[in-house]
Design a protein around this ligand. Sequence first.
Ligand code: COA
Length: 434
Amino acid sequence: MSEKNSPPGSPKQNPDQNLETNPLPKDDSSLETIVRKIQDSMSLPKRHKFWETQPVGQFKDFGDTSLPEGPIEAPTPLSEVKQEPYNLPSPYEWTTCDMNSEETCTEVYNLLKNNYVEDDENMFRFNYSKEFLGWALRPPGYYKSWHIGVRAKASKKLVAFITGIPARIRVRNEVVKMAEINFLCVHKKLRSKRLAPVMIKEVTRRVHLENIWQATYTAGVVLPTPITTCQYWHRSLNPKKLIDVGFSRLGPRMTMSRTIKLYKLPDSPGTSGFRKMELRDVPAVTRLLRNYLSQFVVSPDFDENDVEHWLLPTEGVVDSYLVESPVTHDVTDFCSFYTLPSSILGNQNYSILKAAYSYYNVSTKTPLLQLMNDALIVAKQKDFDVFNALDVMHNEPFLKELKFGPGDGQLHYYLYNYRIQNALRPSELGLVLL
Ligand SMILES: CC(C)(COP(=O)(O)OP(=O)(O)OC[C@H]1O[C@@H](n2cnc3c(N)ncnc32)[C@H](O)[C@@H]1OP(=O)(O)O)[C@@H](O)C(=O)NCCC(=O)NCCS
């Protein structure tokens, strides 16, 4: 449930906050907002009828150090896992989405394009490309049965979706087989009918059938109980467009030309030996990455197959660069970002915001600041409008230095059926979900 409640281009984010600009005014008058504010100010714990029944860290247990870290419930024998799908309301039926089929991929693409995550002001909506979906959902060892759709029986129209992919996730010293759950989406016309819990239960059942008992996911909403809460930061690459579409606004003492100058970048990367990653680099990048990620409390346990899939450049999906020492030819540094555009809703001049998202970055010789500045430069060369990054891993220092501005949306990370005793700082997290 990779709910990025603050998708790229969200006007809640004010990329220029530190740079003499103002946040956009917010319309805080909806009844829901008022109720939430009252609830928040009274610190009333929100009830979660569904999540309270699930093996996840519960709010009431938060900080209880007598509870052990690790699985909350033991696995059940596979023969005891429910063999039939959960019941859907009668007008709907389950479908397994074959992401190798161009036609199915198009249906999924359209469902998400029209119904997936929007910012609070409904100005932008994620627009994952078909190529991206094919990549995100078919990593090594993926299960077709974890790509789950719901269709209207009568029209056969796809109206909901949820996915899992297998991953080895390390939590402290344990490497745990997990599902990464993502792309939970219910058609706008079918919201608030408690379809999401059925979908979550169904994907959980299918994960259990593969003898996997843990999962990880992210959401923009607070559920019981985040292992950490991160913030998106945004670096303008095309400030004029970002201002024109309402992503950011001119600061009080700023003119457009001063703003453009502020964000200007050199035409090409400055680090000698900086080049695109190639297939022959997979072993070196795997070593670099494994070594780097081992210092975080939670991170993926990548092998060479994973690195080849997740980090070898794929046009319009993922970009990776590295620094090869001109002297020793050692690969000493690495940076990567993925491509996730957003539709711009109701703007006369622009329909797509092209956003790059920081993925995994490792520096051993080139200062991280310099490496990420080169990443910004290649992103600009590739015509991205904005470069987004979470404050995970060692990102925070470069965010501030490289003119990223903080967004005000948060991204919460969760584990299913795995307890950790204390929440992590974002800098202790070494995991980026798509
Ligand atoms: C997220 C979405 C599928 C939820 O569906 P819905 O129709 O709004 O909600 P439903 O009535 O079906 O279910 C409500 C339950 O789902 C939970 N839920 C809502 N969003 C959730 C999320 N992102 N992850 C996990 N659970 C979520 C709610 O907390 C609630 O359970 P609770 O009573 O225990 O708190 C739907 O709003 C949607 O498609 N939104 C746009 C895309 C999106 O934000 N996807 C999430 C990406 S992670």
